[in-house]
Write a protein that binds this ligand. Structure first.
Ligand code: 5GP
Length: 141
């Protein structure tokens, strides 16, 4: 399998598709999952093209996980979560649906079940409000 730059995350990086952006630096980009499994569900991607863990360079993986680590406490605080799940899927058999490597940052609350993976579209107003909350916490950090 070769990297296909028509995937939705490549289009988001090229600004051909909109997104609820929460963070960007020279090497990585983060935005809300459009079908969130929980409030604040965020995706972190490298700007470099790579399909998944089998394809990404160690250097790009390191910069991406650094962004995951930086954003996770801000996301937790922004939505007042009790904990945070980090997920990463590799190949269709494992549940990967978008073939540009990414990490899911998914806030969790005691006793609250996760919604299905890639299930219902999020409410645009709620997504916009959650992105704003996360950006505000990050700016204050
Ligand atoms: P995967 O299954 O590949 O680990 O995760 C892909 C994720 O991308 C899913 O959670 C899905 O909800 C999300 N997703 C799919 N299409 C879009 C899109 O166009 N915009 C955004 N923001 N998320 C998307």
């Amino acid at each position: 399998m070769t990297y296909d730059d028509s995937n939705v995350f490549a289009k988001i990086l090229r600004e051909e598709l909109p997104c609820y952006k929460v963070y960007e630096d020279d090497e990585t980009f983060a935005f809300l999952d459009i079908m969130p499994r929980a409030d604040g569900h965020t995706l972190v991607i490298p700007k470099n093209p790579a399909i998944n863990i089998f394809d990404v360079s160690p250097e790009v993986l390191c910069t991406t996980i650094r962004t995951v680590q930086r954003l996770t406490p801000a996301i937790r605080d922004a939505v007042e979560a009790d904990g945070v799940l980090i997920q990463q899927f590799n190949d269709a058999a494992a549940g990967q649906t978008v073939f540009h490597v990414h990490f899911h940052i998914i806030p969790r609350w005691d006793g609250v079940a996760l919604k299905p993976h890639a299930g219902d579209m999020g409410d645009p107003d709620v997504l916009a409000a959650n992105a704003e909350k996360i950006r505000t916490v990050l700016e204050a950090a």
